[in-house]
Design a protein around this ligand. Structure first.
Ligand code: PEP
Length: 247
């Protein structure tokens, strides 16, 4: 059985580093449930939140990283800069794919760099609204998995996490159904197997408008081991309720 894991992706929130530290402390105050918990603060708050959460059960993740080791990449963050602060990093989030032109080739290089540095990658895959309407969800995620894992050495992928995040469900208030998420998870595990990995051991998180109200759909869905939570992770009590649903 894969490990259960719930991670809050704070995106470009909350408004200040002090607010981020306070939110991290509130998340940690919910205590342990047997479910692994992580938060992904914005880069500017990463060090302060990591400091505040040291010694707690809440792991800190970066939201993105650059694929190069170092060099002339203005505004970017190297894996080596993250290793002392973060347990891992989100890679390939659809908002980064959209706003920073990340394609599968770049995502594959980022993922390879993350694992080489010892960071746990949370690889995001998921179909767009148009692909969803065309019934292409499972084919899209299978294609993404194959392309996004192409650069990483298999031996370093033992702590890989996949987040299935249908793009049309992110931030819309309209989550997918548990049945849809389970079908995507089956396609992801089959693609992991084709890539030579033991897909049964890889945690698959669902992400896209998960809330305390909708989480039951995913906590009970076959093949779903947790959640990547955006908006609802900014409220520590609601986030705590989502974590407990997977316990
Ligand atoms: C996300 O962007 O990772 C996400 C799941 O967002 P939301 O929960 O707000 O849809």
């Amino acid at each position: 059985m894969p490990e259960k894991l719930v991670v809050g992706n704070w995106k470009m929130n909350p408004p200040s580093v002090a607010d981020a530290v306070a939110l991290g402390r509130d998340v940690a105050a919910h205590g342990q449930t047997g479910v692994a918990v992580g938060v992904a603060p914005p880069a500017i708050a990463l060090a302060a939140v990591a400091d505040a959460l040291r010694g707690t059960a809440v792991a800190v993740y970066a939201q993105d990283l650059h694929w190069a080791e170092r060099g002339a990449f203005t505004a970017q963050i190297a894996a080596a800069m993250l290793v002392d602060l973060a347990a891992g990093s989100i890679v390939g989030h659809s908002e980064v794919r959209r706003d920073q032109c990340d394609d599968d080739a770049r995502v594959a290089k980022k993922l390879a760099r993350a694992v080489e540095a010892g960071l746990r990658p949370i690889l995001c895959v998921g179909e767009s609204a148009a692909q969803h309407a065309a019934g292409e969800a499972t084919a899209v995620v299978a294609r993404q998995i194959a392309a996004d894992l192409a650069e990483a050495r298999h031996a370093s992928l033992d702590r890989l996490v996949i987040a299935y995040e249908p793009v049309w469900a992110i931030g819309t208030g309209t989550p997918a159904t548990g049945e849809h998420a389970s079908a995507a998870a089956r396609a992801i595990r089959a693609a992991l197997k084709r890539a030579g990995l033991d897909g049964e051991r890889v945690p698959i998180l669902y992400g896209g408008s998960v809330s305390a109200r909708s989480v039951g759909e995913f906590a009970n869905a076959d093949g779903i081991d947790g959640a990547l939570v955006g908006g609802a992770s900014l409220d520590a009590d609601e986030f705590g309720a989502i974590v407990r649903a997977f316990a």
